[in-house]
Structure formats: structure tokens, C-alpha cells
Design a protein around this ligand. Structure first.
Ligand SMILES: NC(=O)c1ccc[n+]([C@@H]2O[C@H](COP(=O)([O-])OP(=O)(O)OC[C@H]3O[C@@H](n4cnc5c(N)ncnc54)[C@H](OP(=O)(O)O)[C@@H]3O)[C@@H](O)[C@H]2O)c1
Length: 323
């Protein structure tokens, strides 16, 4: 495993574990996953040196935090647990109360990284950040982060906090490489962290899905799994397969290795099994040749998905034609 040393948090593994899947209906993994596999995945992750575990108060309406806190056992206060507040009415008293509720579900006294889940479109960061600052000053959180923030808004959040907002968790993968343009250079320059979510494009970069084999649940409404996008992404998947064969790895591992080859970037893939977790962790040890990294970046930039509107129109048309 490779690590970043992050102010206020400590050792952060470049491959973490995303736990939206834990106890959430959206993924359709069911009760057996929530009460069995999820805990096994966390245990194995700990054993393999993973220190970053990402959750949120909204995942399974608190279930993800509870399952994660329980599964971490007595290691829970020794790793970098990251949770998120959904910023509805984020006045300081609300922020403090919600952080306390998350900490209780996680069985922690202090949350190492506490993130604002989304930029609130109507409430500026000058409202939410004083609450985050109080949490930092009282030691209830180790560091403050944001999620889904543009670079402009990240800087505004810095100003509102009165100190650096250490991380920004964003949608970032070979299939969604926009963070390369501004967030990654900023993180490198300012010694911040970009946390890549959906780093496997919700499993699409694992290479097993296609027009005749699409996942359900939340992924049924992910435009990337639409017919036209599955066609458009094929050259990128082909590049991924070629590089995977060169370095003797799986496509999903190459997708993760590409992300963490970038300065200041860590990835938090979710996993539906212990085996997937093991493959994902092993991606930290893959050194991609410069030429392969460039080929992947070029293929990522060349992928142009259809608009969400086009995806919805196509999906309705396909459903009607099947009647
Ligand atoms: N801040 C935000 O707004 C936000 C938004 C989304 C996610 N997140 C966080 O980011 C985490 C990860 O994102 P995500 O779960 O959306 O997507 P992801 O990590 O890209 O995809 C996870 C899914 O990919 C498949 N997979 C995992 N490892 C694989 C492997 N080695 N080979 C093939 N397939 C593999 C599994 O699904 P199957 O086996 O079922 O195919 C797994 O559930 C979440 O758990 C959450 O913590 C944050």
C-alpha cells in the first residue's frame, strides 16, 4: 500500500474503501451483504493496510456509518474514517449536532475527516464553515473537507474556514476525468487531497458490463450504462484492456493505478466482495509505465459521453420498442 501524510488526519492509504454500498438500497446488495460481506470487506481492508474508509450520514440513512463503525472494531479510532454532512440548513449548531450524531453511529469521539457532501446552491460556505471551524477547534474532527466542489467554490470554502480545506471528494475516473484540468494541479500546488469517488465508474471500468449485461439499482439511471455510451466508451475500455495485459493486471486495477499515479489523488472504490477489495488494494502496487499512463489519459479525454437528456430519451425509446 502507498500512503499520503495528511495534516490533521495522519496516514491516508492511496486506495481507500467506499461504503455507500453498506446498508443502502440503491445498490441492491441486500441484507446478507449488509450483515455479512460488508464486515468481511472492512476486516480484510484493515489487514491489507487500508486506512481510509469513506461514509456519509445519508448512506442507508445512517446504516453505512453504523456498519462501518461496528466492523472496524477496536481499530476504529486508529484509521482515517471520513464521513459527510448533507448541508441542509447548515448553521453552526446544526453542523455540530449532525457531526455528533455521525460520531455516535461510528462509535468515535473524533471524526478524522468531516466533509460537506455537496455545495449548497443557495447557502454560501460562510454559513457552514463556522460550524466546521468550531468542530476543528474543539477536536471533534481532525480535518475539514468538501465534496463535489468546483475549484472556485473550494477556494471560497478555504476563505470561509479561515484555513485550508484539506480535501475535495469528486467524481473522478478515466470515464470522468475533468478533475485533471484544475483540481489535481491545485491539489499538487497547495498540498491538498483529491479523493476520487466512483473511481471505477460504478463498475463499468471493471469491463464486465455491456449492452446485454447491465447492472440495476442506482446504476440503471447512470447514463454511462446507456446503450450509446457503452458503444462510445469501447475505445477507452480497449486501451484499458491493452495496458492491463501489458502490466499483468485487471482493467479495474489499471483504472485505479492511473488515478493514484497523479499527485495528491487517492481513490475510494466500493466493493461487492472481499475478492474485489483485494484486487483494488493490490492496484496500489502497480507502477504504470509513463507511455501507458499517457495512452490512458488520451483515451479518457477522447471519451465523450452523451448528455443525460439524450440518455433518458434513448432509454425511453428502447423500452417502448421492446413492448
Ligand atoms: N461524495 C459523493 O457525492 C459520492 C458519490 C458517489 C460515491 N461516493 C463514494 O465513493 C465510493 C465509491 O464510488 P461508487 O461506489 O459510486 O463507485 P465505484 O467505486 O466506481 O464502483 C463500485 C462498484 O464497482 C464494482 N467493483 C468494485 N471493485 C471491482 C473490481 N476490482 N472489478 C470489477 N468490478 C469492481 C462493484 O460492483 P459490482 O460487483 O456489483 O459490479 C462495486 O460495488 C462510494 O462507496 C462512496 O463512499 C461519494
Amino acid at each position: 500500500m502507498k500512503y499520503l501524510d495528511v495534516d490533521g488526519i495522519g496516514k491516508v492509504s492511496r486506495i481507500g474503501l467506499g461504503t455507500w454500498q453498506f446498508g443502502s438500497r440503491e445498490w441492491g446488495y441486500g441484507d446478507r451483504y449488509a450483515s455479512g460481506a460488508a464486515g468481511d470487506i472492512v476486516q480484510r481492508a484493515l489487514g491489507l493496510g487500508v486506512t481510509l474508509f469513506d461514509t456519509a450520514e445519508v448512506y442507508g440513512l445512517g446504516k453505512s456509518e453504523r456498519i462501518l463503525g461496528e466492523a472496524l472494531g477496536d481499530r476504529r479510532d486508529k484509521v482515517a474514517v471520513a464521513s459527510k454532512i448533507f448541508p441542509v440548513a447548515p448553521l453552526p449548531a446544526v453542523v455540530k449536532q449532525r457531526a455528533q450524531a455521525s460520531a455516535r453511529r461510528l462509535q468515535l469521539d473524533r471524526i478524522p475527516l468531516y466533509q460537506v457532501h455537496q455545495p449548497n446552491p443557495v447557502v454560501p460556505d460562510s454559513v457552514i464553515m463556522p460550524g466546521m471551524r468550531e468542530l476543528l477547534d474543539s477536536g471533534k474532527i481532525g480535518a475539514a473537507g468538501v465534496s463535489n466542489y468546483s475549484l472556485t467554490r473550494w477556494r471560497k470554502a478555504d476563505a470561509a474556514l479561515g484555513r485550508p480545506v484539506i480535501s475535495n471528494q469528486v467524481h473522478f475516473s478515466l470515464a470522468h476525468p475533468g478533475a485533471l484540468d484544475d483540481l489535481v494541479p491545485f491539489a499538487e500546488r497547495e498540498n491538498r487531497v483529491v479523493i476520487a469517488y466512483s473511481p471505477l465508474a460504478q463498475g463499468l471500468l471493471g469491463g464486465k458490463y455491456g449492452v446485454d449485461n447491465r447492472p440495476g439499482g442506482v446504476r440503471a439511471v447512470n447514463p454511462l450504462f446507456g446503450t450509446e455510451n457503452l458503444r462510445r466508451i469501447e475505445p477507452l475500455l480497449q486501451t484499458l484492456r491493452t495496458v492491463a495485459a501489458e502490466v499483468n493486471a485487471k482493467p479495474a486495477q489499471v483504472a485505479l493505478a492511473w488515478l493514484i499515479s497523479l499527485p495528491g489523488v487517492v481513490a475510494i472504490p466500493g466493493a461487492s466482495s472481499v475478492e474485489q477489495l483485494e484486487f483494488n488494494v493490490a492496484a496500489a502496487d502497480i507502477e504504470l509505465p509513463a507511455q501507458s499512463r499517457e495512452a490512458l489519459t488520451k483515451a479518457a479525454r477522447a471519451f465523450r459521453p452523451t448528455s443525460t437528456r439524450q440518455f433518458l430519451t434513448d432509454t425511453v425509446r428502447e423500452k417502448l420498442s421492446r413492448r
